[in-house]
Design a protein around this ligand. Sequence first.
Ligand SMILES: [Zn+2]
Length: 116
Amino acid sequence: MKQAVFIERDGVLNAIRVEKQQQVTPLTLEDFELREDAAPLLKKLKAAGLILIATTNQPGLSRGYLSRRELDRMHERLRKAFPLDEILVCPHDETDRCPCRKPKPGYSPRRLSNGI
Ligand SMILES: [Zn+2]
């Protein structure tokens, strides 16, 4: 059986701003600043045989202030910087009561591409 590590995206793999004691998620590629210091640790985990999965709640997708295209561009950059196997996104608003919003265990609507 393969083992996986689930890694929070915001604040771990990319920097976040805090405004009025609220975490502000980057909405554009320009605002998306990688935390390169996470790379050596991720490489060690990968070398130990673990599957690396980044997870993130992005309710801005269903609320309309975050575009899927922009998110895809950010995640393309993430995949280049870190040895991630998958990035799971919950695109729902908390009022949607979906099963994929962290910390719930459901998978995102997009199936895992590598069949895990
Ligand atoms: Zn969801």
